[in-house]
Design a protein around this ligand. Sequence first.
Ligand code: PGA
Length: 254
Amino acid sequence: MRKPFIAGNWKMNMDSQSSVELIEALAEGLDKIDREKVDVAVIPPFVYLAAAVKAARSSSVAVGAQDMYFEPKGAFTGEISSYMLKDIGCTYVLCGHSERRHVIGESDELINKKISAAISGGLLPIFCVGELLEERESGKMTAVVERQIRAGFAGLNAAKAAAVTVAYEPVWAIGTGKTATPEQAQEVHSFIRKILAEIYDETLANQMRIQYGGSVKADNAEQIMAKEDIDGLLVGGASLKPAEFLGIIKGSIK
Ligand code: PGA
């Protein structure tokens, strides 16, 4: 049985005060939820991470970063390494979020280096994949997702791969209010699990968690999570409101 894993990606939102208030409200709400039944993480902007770790300390909320660079240290102005994130108490890091792929221009190769370096630095990567609307409409969806998955896991042995959570986020569903139907998401999740079984084996593929992301809200979380291969949710906009995010978490407990 894979434990549900719900993560809130704050993107470039919040400020120092509202970050702490949001985590405190989540921690309080989570006190009433069985910690054994769900893993929860928040993913604030870099500058609020240290305060987020402090605010989350005595709660079951883990903290992750939205990105990192693959080199451990050195002359890379503006970048942040996995060791630095680990040093301040982060548990997770997003790798290859669609906004980094399509707005910033990150390649499959760069994302693969980040995933590998994240694991070496002691972090748990949340590796995002997903097709654009035109790729889905032109029948290229599975080819795109397969390419992203194979490139992301390239060179990772089974022990390293086990540290990764995959997040399937169809780009057309992110921030658009247009959620994939539970059936559409399930189809791609089971396809991803099949590719993982081909790369590794069925045992590992069946242990790995695959999140869905894209316009998840409290009123659609339960339906999406009811699908067999959907093990968690990566939530953007709806993770900024404590009541909404807590509603998503509650709806995700299987
Ligand atoms: P959204 O974002 O929930 O606002 O659609 C999801 C994501 O980008 O992770």
